[in-house]
Design a protein around this ligand. Structure first.
Ligand code: DQA
Length: 142
């Protein structure tokens, strides 16, 4: 099985960016742990700060190249109809994840443009949100 994790804008700064909200661990080290925890899963990783690049990646992997996408679209979650359309267009299931509990934060973060076209949403569990999404994709394949 292979899954693709896509991180959107500013998530390249995990570990450095607002550690009180997002923690002090960089994503690379977390990804290494995830790959060790799930040796049976081929985990591809892509990060971009650019909306169109995220859409291109969804198109690239979404028609058979991946069994599922774990997507943290960052702030594009709250604004991007274009990413929502890309998720609707592809065949692969997409799980929306957030590190922070967006519902406990500013009101602007309470609305997601993409939740309705994703299989489900996981938010507020820190980096473990990604593992929980992966766990679902794994379970739903067995
Ligand atoms: C985030 C929450 C978003 O509101 C924010 O813009 C991010 C990160 C999260 O993982 O908690 O960049 O998606």
């Amino acid at each position: 099985m292979n899954i693709t994790i896509i991180n959107g804008p500013n998530l390249n700064l995990l570990g450095v960016r607002e550690p009180g909200i997002y923690g002090s661990r960089g994503f690379d080290s977390y990804l290494e742990e995830l790959r060790k925890l799930y040796p049976q899963v081929d985990i591809a990783y892509f990060q971009s700060n650019h909306e169109g690049d995220i859409i291109d990646k969804l198109h690239e992997v979404g028609f058979g190249a991946t069994d599922g996408v774990v997507l943290n679209a960052g702030a594009y979650t709250h604004t991007s109809l274009a990413i929502a359309d890309a998720i609707s267009a592809i065949n692969a299931p997409v799980i929306e994840v957030h590190i922070s509990n967006v519902h406990a934060r500013e009101e602007v973060r309470h609305h997601s443009m993409i939740s309705g076209v994703c299989r489900g949403v996981i938010a507020g569990f820190g980096l473990d949100s990604y593992r929980l999404a992966l766990e679902h994709l794994l379970n739903s394949r067995q």
